[in-house]
Design a protein. Structure first.
Length: 433
């Protein structure tokens, strides 16, 4: 860092999508953390960065009295990137498959645009001695910006790691493990892959248009890009408190208001979905207790139905006050991979899933977002996502299996979750899903 970060407010409002496409999106190492199309609250961040190591050594925000006000929102510079599932599982003591390429990638970021959707402000952030150049670059991007329209996707072929019948058989094996007492719940996943060349910017524009999310984003580092419309926040660290918002329980949206309301009510009343969600809440409470003050961890919200354009979800919130001087690495070691993507008990679940899935998850089921130099963080789950790499792209999907699971319903849930990301690639679900 050449000097402390400073800010300048641009006159008027400009759309984050237009600014990203006109400016940082042309750079190989860039990011767009996206509050969603037509957002009226929250923050988006757009910019570039330098590939860097993991922020594991950063001490979590401990609510210091001298905490800065944050003119550009909660992110005040730091790291933006992702951590994949497999390395996290291995660090937690489970066997893991690995793909070629780094298991996690981060950009060190000290120059970016912050978009305050509630106040309709655009803030330039840069080191003090570079702020003038950053403002000039932002004005050039705005002058070059044009309305952003997603192009129609060219059809591409995809193949599934499992066909529906094979996945259904794996559900049966999950139930065998549960019956034998080796797990209570297992998040069984699969993957859909294409070898086609993919334009990540256009694919993300299509994804956010079809399935907008408050924690969407596109991060491109080196030869890999992560495109996500995730609805699930994994870890938020702010003023000494850590929160996680596990999602377990999904229903599709209905074709008309009455059907839609009935599906939401069915999700809310489902004993199977409630049990699955509560199991993960208990697991996450146990994880956070390892790094939080005794007695401070609790469920703030339990079994709320949240509705998104494609799905209804059953969501809970668990929070705790962090112990002094806890690092991001210690927090990740306690909580990652997220229980919503493993099952319970976590280590046993990961061991079983490694044996059943017979392949890496890669970036899918990991987490992405930002970690600030001040110890704050906001990381979301890599679900409802596309990973673009030199040999094509893949989409992961899965669901929580309990003793009460019905194979046909679980197969259908995978299809509901994968359909949006695959459509953004130009692909249809393989037959049977």
């Amino acid at each position: 860092m050449s000097s402390p970060l400073s800010t300048a407010v641009l006159p008027g409002w400009c759309d984050p999508a237009e600014m990203y496409v006109a400016g940082p999106g042309r750079d190989g190492d860039s990011f767009w953390l996206d509050a969603g199309p037509e957002a009226v609250s929250g923050w988006s961040w757009v910019g570039t960065g330098v590939p860097a190591g993991s922020p594991r050594g950063i001490v979590c925000d401990d609510d210091r009295a001298d905490h800065p006000a944050g003119a550009a929102g909660p992110f005040r510079g730091g790291w933006i990137g992702w951590a994949g599932y497999d390395a996290g599982a291995e660090r937690a003591g489970a066997p893991a498959s690995h793909e070629q390429g780094p298991p996690e990638r981060w950009l060190r970021v000290d120059r970016f645009l912050a978009f305050d959707h509630a106040e309709r402000r655009v803030i330039v952030v840069a080191p003090a001695d570079e702020l003038g150049h950053a403002v000039a670059a932002a004005e050039r991007w705005r002058a070059a910006a044009r309305p952003v329209v997603a192009t129609d996707a060219e059809p591409v072929a995809v193949r599934g790691r499992h066909d529906p019948a094979a996945y259904a058989r794996l559900i049966g094996r999950c139930r065998d493990e549960i019956r034998e007492g080796r797990a209570y719940q297992l998040c069984l996943t699969t993957r859909f892959e294409t070898a086609a060349s993919v334009d990540p910017v256009q694919a993300y524009l299509r994804l956010r248009e079809a399935t907008p999310s408050h924690h969407g984003g596109m991060i491109r580092i080196g030869d890999t890009a992560l495109l996500s419309a995730t609805p699930e926040r994994f870890l938020e660290v702010s003023r000494g408190v850590v929160r996680t918002r596990p999602i377990k329980g999904t229903r599709p949206r209905g074709a008309d208001p009455a059907t839609d309301a009935a599906l939401a009510a069915e999700l809310r009343a489902s004993e199977k979905e409630q049990a699955e969600n509560v199991m993960i809440v208990d697991l996450m409470r146990n994880d956070l207790q390892r790094v939080c003050l005794p007695g401070s961890v609790a469920a703030e919200r339990l079994l709320d139905v949240e509705s998104y354009p494609a799905v209804h979800q059953l969501v809970s919130t668990v929070a705790g006050r962090l112990l002094p001087r806890v690092t991001m690495g210690a927090l990740w070691d306690a909580a990652f991979p997220a229980g919503s993507m493993t099952g319970a008990p976590k280590l046993s679940a990961m061991q079983i899933l490694h044996r059943l899935e017979e392949g890496p998850r890669g970036v899918f089921a990991g987490c992405f977002g930002w970690v600030g130099t001040d110890g704050a963080a906001d990381l979301a789950m890599v679900i409802r996502s596309i990973v673009v790499h030199p040999d094509g792209a893949y989409v992961g999907a899965g669901g929580g299996i309990t003793w009460g699971s019905v194979a046909a319903d679980e197969v259908a849930e995978v299809g509901v979750k994968a359909r949006g990301p695959l459509a953004a690639l130009g692909a249809a679900l393989p037959p049977g899903w």
